[in-house]
Design a protein around this ligand. Structure first.
Ligand code: FUB
Length: 347
């Protein structure tokens, strides 16, 4: 993941015009997954660190080692940083790169889902279990069977079923998997072929495994045709998130190299989902990653940028209100009041 997107960025101006402030400043946080448990907001971010790993297209500079949980009583309230929730050294199957996690609650237990590279250099997704929403979480000894790639996002549907969405191309390795089988020689599709879709699987009753084979999700354009791989301002790249609004399923995601958070709407958890537009325009830093929650009748977008550091791998989580139009579409958010002009790919 190159870093050109922030070379010409005016950080001073962005700090002045920014819709929101970093939630915490004493640590770097990114990739927020957010849930309301028992009336309180819990943020499950990546914990960015300066590991001294040079930038490369595989994202090795995102060399995170552990997770911490943040909580707040209200989106404008004080933020509490809790103790260590999970460290890579306590995960038998994982070697490095603890990327974007998520969490879920069921029957008195909290389930923390996280990707990491295993000792073969392949991303997989694991689960760690705890009695508190802030951990500590105890990792299962092995990764969840059938998992691959990155960015797990767990959606609890109203009928008590839980679904994991996941996947990310390029450094996230999704392109290596066809029909859920790994081949290092697999590459992303040609520009005029359908883009790779995010993946979904229902979780087992004990929340520790998949209850079914992993399926690929289709994201369609307004004519009902799959979004193409060359359509990089709309195609899925990483950062899956699912929420429900007025009975419809809203699947949102990052377009990666064009830096948008986009969304698509469907009638059930598996899709297909029809592309609707942009939720968040590019932010400072290469990555864009978000979560959407409802809290006391209002909707909020948690996201990150690099306001504190100016470095793509040292991010800070923020929150702002998200609004719907009467027809259920989402109003696009400019994190700095007006669209950020990127030197490439962001327009
Ligand atoms: O934090 C590492 C990776 O950067 C995440 O897994 C992606 O979603 C991107 O934000």
């Amino acid at each position: 993941m190159p870093d050109e997107s922030i070379e010409h960025f005016d950080f001073e101006k962005a700090a002045q015009t920014s819709l929101s402030r970093p939630l915490v400043k004493h640590i770097f946080t990114a990739d927020p997954a957010v849930h309301v448990f028992d009336g309180k907001i819990y943020i499950y971010p990546s914990h960015d660190i300066e590991a001294g790993v040079p930038y490369n297209d595989s994202g090795d500079h995102f060399a995170m080692e552990d997770y911490r949980v943040l909580s707040m009583d209200h989106p404008q309230g004080e933020v509490k940083d809790h103790d260590l929730a999970l460290h890579v050294k306590d995960v038998p199957w994982a070697e490095r790169q603890m990327w974007a996690p998520d969490a879920a609650y069921k029957n008195g237990k909290y389930y923390f889902y996280f990707p990491a590279k295993n000792y073969e250099g392949k991303f997989q997704i694991g689960v760690a279990i705890g009695d508190s929403p802030v951990g500590p979480f105890i990792a299962e000894p092995e990764a969840i069977k059938g998992t691959y790639s990155i960015d797990p996002s767990v959606f609890a549907d109203d009928d008590g079923k839980y679904y994991m969405y996941f996947g990310g191309i390029w450094g996230g390795q999704l392109q290596c998997y066809k029909n859920n089988e790994y081949d290092a020689n697999n590459v992303v599709p040609l520009p005029d072929e359908p883009a790779l879709g995010p993946r979904v699987a229902k979780l087992s009753d004990d929340m520790k495994q998949f209850a079914e084979h992993v399926k690929e999700i289709s994201i369609l354009d307004e004519t009902g045709k799959p979004i193409l791989a060359g359509d990089n301002k709309r195609r899925f790249f990483e950062a899956s998130w699912m929420h429900k609004y007025e009975g419809k399923y809203y699947f949102s995601y990052s377009t990666g190299d064009t830096h948008f958070i986009c969304y698509a709407i469907g009638d059930n958890p598996y899709g297909p989902f029809t592309y609707q537009g942009r939720i968040l325009n590019p932010v400072s830093g290469w990555t864009n990653h978000h979560a959407i929650i409802e809290f006391e009748g209002k909707w909020y977008l948690y996201y990150h940028d690099v306001q504190l550091s100016g470095k793509t791998h040292l991010r800070n989580v923020k929150v702002t209100e998200l609004k719907y139009n009467d027809d259920g579409t989402i109003r696009t958010i400019d994190a700095y009041g007006s669209p950020l002009q990127l030197p490439q790919g962001g327009g």
